[in-house]
Design a protein around this ligand. Structure first.
Ligand SMILES: [Zn+2]
Length: 166
């Protein structure tokens, strides 16, 4: 009985603590997002906290080609609802015909990436190619949106058996 309830509570507390630390670590990015998002209020932008994305979502963003941009725990979104389908970067680049993914899931992956990398996120993101299908951050976000895991841009290397050495 103790073993059934304690881990759930402990896991929730651990998650809360980790998310809090991550939010603190990526606060500089979040502040940029709040500043940019706040500018949109004069143009009809609305803000709403999204617990599932762990981010403040600025909706009806009037600029951009359509879609969303994540800055720390802030998401700037041109539409009304993040829970829409969008094409993956690979699909848009004509590399494959994989199914569309949830925009909310894709942006949630970026929020996780931001909370782990904090101030390192933007320099690393730009070094990896910026907004491009070649960017490992975007491919990881698409992978997470497709499979529910794999948001970390550098997949862990599995130790190959001796016979599988390349
Ligand atoms: Zn993205």
């Amino acid at each position: 009985m103790f073993a059934r309830s304690a881990p759930t509570r402990m896991q929730a507390m651990a998650r809360f603590g980790l998310f809090g630390l991550g939010a603190l670590w990526t606060l500089p990015n979040t502040l940029i997002g709040l500043l940019v998002g706040g500018l949109g209020f004069a143009f009809g932008v609305r803000a709403r906290w999204s617990a599932s994305e762990f981010a403040l979502v600025f909706r009806h963003w009037p600029w951009g080609a359509g879609g969303a941009l994540t800055l720390g725990n802030v998401i700037l979104h041109t539409g009304n609802d993040l829970d829409v389908r969008c094409l993956t970067y690979a699909h848009r680049a004509g590399l494959c015909t994989e199914a569309s993914v949830s925009l909310a899931d894709h942006e949630r992956a970026h929020v996780y990436q931001y909370m782990v990398l904090g101030p390192l996120f933007l320099p690393l993101y730009l070094l990896c190619g910026g907004i491009s299908v070649r960017n490992r951050f975007e491919r990881a976000a698409d992978a997470y949106a497709q499979r529910g895991h794999g948001w970390w841009p550098w997949p862990s290397r599995r130790r190959l058996p001796e016979s599988g050495r390349e």
